[in-house]
Write a protein that binds this ligand. Structure first.
Ligand SMILES: NC(=O)c1ccc[n+]([C@@H]2O[C@H](COP(=O)([O-])OP(=O)(O)OC[C@H]3O[C@@H](n4cnc5c(N)ncnc54)[C@H](O)[C@@H]3O)[C@@H](O)[C@H]2O)c1
Length: 252
């Protein structure tokens, strides 16, 4: 078994996940990039770019909502020290008064079941290794405060907080901490697509930026810096937490 610690980041061919991988590689981890097969070219080019810089990087394609694919991905690793369950999808704008529901099943499958499977197989691998580990998930500012028109996505991000707290409670005795980050608006593809999806969505997002203390959109690197700390040895007394990283919007 390699002496180098291994970190797996799901949904990391793009956006926040990509920045997290870059940061963890700089922190000295051998990084494993996960994404969907449809992002093969991007993921492989990213891994190659990291290797050119002298980092250890590989790619595992798996759909995080698929039990067997996540199991196989995690079990195939030489070792696992940090699991970052970052992959998610956004649901279309949906209001409680709409006469339809769009995207419920897919959003729950990827965001909630995806987190559960990543937490589960990472935990089993870390327990078998016997030296603890760090499990980190991705909630959102909407997991802390409501935003109109985001019923389904919001429900998944609250669910991730529940999974994180329960897993933290169960896994503490194994030296495994479980936390999640709750970003405000971060300048990534998912956010750009959402803002472009309708004038209502763009207006809502502009309101979010205006309401923050620092008055700017966050960058993926902001989130990566937080994950770097949560993934480190130094964060060992923090578990079960949802850490806001939103430029000063949510204060509890
Ligand atoms: N960008 C924001 O403003 C923001 C705010 C709050 C929370 N978040 C959360 O942060 C995380 C990262 O967001 P982002 O903005 O970088 O998103 P993104 O859309 O840019 O990247 C998400 C990645 O996940 C991958 N993915 C989607 N479904 C997958 C699946 N089933 N299996 C494996 N990979 C899959 C996508 O291919 C993509 O590469 C998400 O959990 C998101 O909900 C983002």
């Amino acid at each position: 078994m390699s002496a180098q610690k291994v970190a797996l980041v799901t949904g990391s061919a793009n956006g926040i996940g990509k920045s997290i991988v870059e940061q963890l590689a700089q922190d000295g981890f051998a990084v494993v990039i996960n994404d969907l097969e449809l992002n093969r070219e991007k993921a492989e080019a990213f891994a190659e770019e990291l290797r050119q810089k002298g980092h250890t990087a590989s790619v595992k394609f798996a759909d995080v909502s698929d039990f067997d694919q996540v199991k196989e991905m995690v079990e195939s690793l030489d070792r696992l020290d940090v699991m970052v369950a970052n992959a998610a999808v956004v649901a279309p704008v949906d209001f409680i008064t709409d006469d339809h529901i769009n995207g419920w099943q897919k959003t729950f499958d990827v965001n909630v079941k995806g987190h559960l499977l990543c937490y589960k197989f990472a935990a089993n691998k870390m327990i078998a290794q016997g030296w603890g580990g760090r499990i980190i998930g991705a909630s959102s500012i909407v997991g802390r405060k409501p935003e109109p028109g985001r019923m389904t996505y919001t429900a998944t991000k609250w669910a991730i907080r529940g999974l994180t707290q329960t897993a933290a409670y169960e896994l503490g005795k194994h030296g495994i901490t479980v936390n999640c980050y709750a970003p405000g608006l971060i300048n990534s593809e998912i956010a750009q697509q959402y803002m472009a999806s309708s004038p209502q969505a763009a207006e809502m997002m502009n309101q979010v930026i205006k309401s923050s203390a620092v008055g700017r959109i966050g960058e993926p690197e902001d989130v990566a810096a937080l994950v770097s700390f949560l993934a480190s040895e130094k964060s060992g007394f923090i578990t079960g937490q949802t850490v806001s990283i939103d430029g000063g919007i949510v204060y509890t």
